[in-house]
Design a protein around this ligand. Structure first.
Ligand code: GLC
Length: 478
């Protein structure tokens, strides 16, 4: 059986800030479920990890990690969940912080983490066939393996995969960090250098045996300057080892049939519970109870690249000219937080701006909403459009990255219904408004129940993608 080690900075339910955590919390289990691989995952033991998980952990090893002139304590703990062994790297100096990342010394923290991961293999006597590192925080694990440990017998055969979840975040640093913090020398300078900085993601792309990203479309897009945040030439040069595998969502956690977080459970066959969820959401948001008024939802980090700038150009008109309600959940750039508060003040009976983030609340919104807006400028994969579909909220998305791969345009060919949402290609408010109003019209038409039934039955589970990862791991032997 193949042995796979996932390396990453977050995983649900232990510690997560976004989509990466969702994936790391569900993909290993999906692969393990196929029975074809022994999958383990390793991440930092953040102080945010709850006592209920800590109680279940077992101490596996204690050692010291050396990085340049630093010598730091390192503990490795483990627990089993859903057929996966999770390992946690303990060091309070690095991981007892207010946030998972965004600290001044993130480079040093994740260099420590990456070195600890590679050292831990020996301490745990677990030498995987594949080390699968995710995003820039885990990039150095590939580099340390290949450049410092590869001469040791047990480390020699380990193959590496690097997955890009979002190319916007690359881990860029001043040259001075290379030796002093990362403990690499001039020999690795050209590997790690890009555009006048040390760039962790670039180093891992060059060094890994395979590079993947989280949708096929994004794999094409990141080879162009428009999407690559400066790394397009690196990806073009490495395109023979680059591929895209679409993410899935956790079908247990996101299941309207048994989700304890929503007002009433429902399924594609009997959606009456969804009506109750909508009423409950309207109540919770102190909006008028209107069963037939389409309820639009936006659940996102409030950042421009999520399409907030084109939403800003379209939403006032959409809300003022149509009989709709809008619920927004998210926080982020002050400019958008203020904009949605302003919109709520303009339309107190129609708009509710919930400037926060809360997972259970997000599920109540997916369950209560009829139409879900996600017009991202770029979207490596995107999970919300899949969650919205599963909860029966019709997605309106821009055709980019994983949104393009997962949502196909709705149209009627005689009696045959094509597609599973509303999509547009140009990044502008006009197309967004036009498609959003088309979705509203559809919702008010006789076709709505059939489309809702259809989207709820789309397969966004991990099943197909888990198999694709296994194929990828197998291809490394050739
Ligand atoms: C990042 C991307 C998102 C993707 C997620 C999981 O958060 O921005 O599109 O779905 O990673 O891969």
């Amino acid at each position: 059986m193949k042995k796979i080690l996932f390396v990453g900075a977050e995983a649900m339910p232990f510690g997560a800030t976004g989509g990466l955590g969702d994936v790391m919390g569900s993909l290993p289990a999906a692969i393990s479920k196929t029975g074809k691989a022994d999958v383990r995952m390793i991440m930092p033991l953040y102080s945010q990890i709850k006592p209920e998980w800590r109680e279940k952990m077992k101490e596996e090893a204690v050692f010291y990690v050396t990085l340049s002139w630093r010598r730091q304590y390192c503990g490795i703990y483990s627990l089993e969940k859903d057929g996966v062994t999770y390992y946690f790297v303990d060091n309070e100096y690095y991981f007892k912080r207010d946030t998972l990342y965004g600290c001044f010394d993130d480079g040093e923290r994740f260099a420590f983490f990456s070195m600890a991961v590679i050292e831990a293999l020996e301490k745990l006597d677990f030498f995987p066939d594949v080390l699968h590192a995710h995003d820039w925080q885990a990039a150095l694990s590939i580099i340390y393996l290949n450049h410092i440990y590869k001469w040791r017998e047990e480390y020699k055969k380990i193959k590496t995969v690097f997955t890009i979840h979002n190319i916007e975040y690359q881990g860029k640093y001043d040259f001075a960090i290379l030796g002093d913090v990362f403990d690499l020398n001039e020999g690795e300078h050209s590997l790690m250098e890009h555009d006048g900085c040390i760039n962790l993601m670039k180093g891992a792309i060059e060094d890994a045996d395979r590079v993947t990203t989280v949708s096929s479309k994004y794999a094409e897009e990141i080879q162009t300057p428009e999407f690559a945040h400066g790394l397009h030439t690196v990806l073009q040069r490495n395109s023979r080892k680059l591929s895209g595998i679409l993410n899935g969502i956790d079908y247990n956690y996101y299941d309207p049939k048994k989700d304890p977080a929503i007002a009433e459970n429902y399924s594609s066959v009997d959606t009456s519970g969804k009506k109750a969820c909508k009423e409950a959401l309207q109540k919770e948001c102190a909006l008028p109870i209107k069963p037939d008024t389409p309820l639009l939802a936006i659940v996102t980090r409030l950042a421009s690249h999520k399409g907030l700038d084109i939403i800003e150009g379209a939403i006032y008109d959409i809300v003022s000219k149509n009989d709709v309600q809008l619920v927004v959940l998210g926080k982020g750039e002050t400019r958008y937080e203020e904009y949605f508060r302003y919109l709520e003040a303009c339309f107190p009976d129609k708009v509710r701006a919930l400037i926060t983030y809360d997972r259970d609340l997000s599920k109540r919104i997916y369950a209560g909403a009829d139409i879900f807006l996600m017009p991202s400028k770029s979207e490596p994969c995107g999970l919300s459009q899949m969650i919205a579909s599963r909860y029966g909220a019709i997605p309106v998305v821009r055709e980019t990255g994983g949104l393009y791969d997962s949502i196909k345009p709705f149209w009627m060919d005689g009696k045959k219904m094509n597609g599973n949402g509303f999509t547009f290609s140009g990044y502008n408010s006009h197309e967004l408004k036009e498609r959003c109003e088309a979705a509203i019209a559809l919702y008010n038409s006789e076709f709505a129940p059939k489309l809702i039934y259809k989207i709820m039955r789309c397969d966004f589970s991990w099943k197909k993608s888990a198999e694709k990862y296994l194929e990828l791991y197998d291809s490394l032997d050739m």
